[in-house]
Design a protein around this ligand. Sequence first.
Ligand SMILES: [Zn+2]
Length: 364
Amino acid sequence: MKWRWRLLNSEEVGLWKEVLVAKYGVHILNSAVWSTRLNSHLTSLWWKDICDLENCVESKNWVAEMFSRSIGNGASTCFWSDLWIGDSLLYVKFPRLFSLSLQKEAKVRELVSVEGGKYNWNFIWRRRLFIWEEENVAQLVTFLANVRLSMAEDKWRWVVDAEGSFSVKSAYDVFFKEIVIGTNLPFFEANIFSNIWESPAPSKVVAFSWQLLHDRVPTKENLRLRGVLPRNSDGFCVGCGVICESTFHLFLHCKVALVVWYENFKWLGVVIVIPANLFVLFDCLSEAAKSKKSRKGFRLVWHSVIWSIWRARNNHIFKNVASDPLEIVEAAKVLSWRWSADRMHISPCLFYEWVWDPNICFNN
Ligand SMILES: [Zn+2]
């Protein structure tokens, strides 16, 4: 969304913009709504992501609704398809009239003539209108009654900000609301999702945990389902070598994962029986903490164990380096300690007083 904003914002110029315009067309600078005539095999993943923004909230074009036009002379604002008056696009508010219009691409300025301070709207329809459609036009004209054009250029505004300026944080907040309402997750799971992000773990680690909770990480089972690995490949977990590597198995029920989790529980001084899934495990760890600070620490350990199991699995598969479960335990401890020291900006001894063990060698 930030890239979209930077493209629309005419004050920002640069070679990167010229390159994108040469490749994809000038509409990317002028319009918040892009028709998806995308030649997908010629575009980068980055660009595909930017184009897909329109489709990532179900049942509405949230991109179009987030950028509005602050109207000046009306010369560069699309009458029907830019958000410039009211809180929805005119083609959404008056769909019948839009379908009859012969000026679907017209700018505001082109549709209005001003005589003696009086604004006249000049619409052209593709046939004579029925009476009820005439009433619809009258409603539209009433709706436009307060429009006043000036000499200034039209400008883009980010609708959620009073000043109209874009910020990633406000975009995140809006998007988060949209997807939480949109996905209808059960309350328990939605709650876990909202709690995993507030963590001193690096964002790539948290993003990995997030993918994992959605069961979207490339385990052998998932790769087989997506047709990346052949259906008849064995798909065995490298930890035990006997069971298919599914998300549940690799991160919870494999004998390697069990050792790693139980050793970490021992380290944290909690008694937990490995539950059915990672959501419940996150919840159990949160509940087992006795203070706010240790809860943050326990959740951090949850991330670091997951990350360490995944790294050990990848090292085994891609570098042929097998890790002993106890090495994975140590790796998880070291990582959680580093992240807390790096990002919580507090002395690690203070944070780790509840788990401090002088025998742990952090230089390992
Ligand atoms: Zn296994």
